[in-house]
Design a binder for this molecule. Structure first.
Ligand code: COA
Length: 161
């Protein structure tokens, strides 16, 4: 059985993330989605909420499990007895950061390989911050996030008038 880990901060999950998770689930036997802490970010949703939103957004995928973890990604991958990290790659701007992370994770755990899936053209521009910014100004985010996430963001950031 080949397992993979899809890591991220998922604050909140977008349709771009769901696309990558869905495609990973069609390649690997089991996919663990890990909600991790990026110390550089102050999240809008707490860990539990992010896990819950991911669970709802991926409920149609039976080989996907969502968990949060307060530690190093490399340790989570080992704990799950996996050796594959799956990440979405949107544009050249993602490359340098992702390359650094992939090398760091391999240095921490030489068995680990990072596999990049190219983001669908529709999601090239999408990020969790873009979604929060548009919602914050009352814009329509229904094309960027799953419906259950859409509702929750408006609740948190104020109603759309
Ligand atoms: N489609 C659309 N958007 C996408 C996307 C896709 N396929 N993939 C990523 N994004 C967006 C995210 O929404 C996020 O947007 P934001 O910056 O506006 O919030 C951005 O791209 C980065 O996403 P993500 O991959 O979640 O990176 P991150 O920096 O938020 O999280 C961790 C990176 C959590 C995986 C990393 O910090 C980590 O591994 N932390 C654990 C500690 C650790 O091991 N550190 C050492 C690692 S070497």
């Amino acid at each position: 059985m080949i397992t993979a880990v899809c890591p991220g901060s998922f604050d909140p999950v977008t349709l771009g993330h769901v696309d990558i998770i869905t495609r990973a689930a069609s390649i690997f036997d089991k996919v663990y989605v890990a909600v991790l802490v990026n110390p550089k970010k102050s999240p809008l949703f707490d860990e539990q909420e992010r896990v819950e939103l991911l669970k709802r957004s991926t409920a149609h995928l039976d080989n996907v499990e969502i968990e949060s973890f307060n530690g190093l990604l490399a340790d989570f991958v080992e704990m799950k007895k996996s050796r594959i990290i799956v990440k979405g790659l949107r544009a050249v701007s993602d490359f340098e950061y992702e390359f650094q992370m992939a090398l760091a994770n391999r240095k921490l755990s030489p068995n680990i390989e990072t596999v990049f899936l190219t983001t669908s053209a529709d999601n090239m521009f999408l990020s969790s911050s873009v979604v929060k910014q548009i919602a914050g100004f009352g814009g329509d985010i229904s094309g960027f996030v799953p419906p259950e996430v859409c509702e929750r963001i408006y609740e948190r950031l104020g109603p759309k008038d």
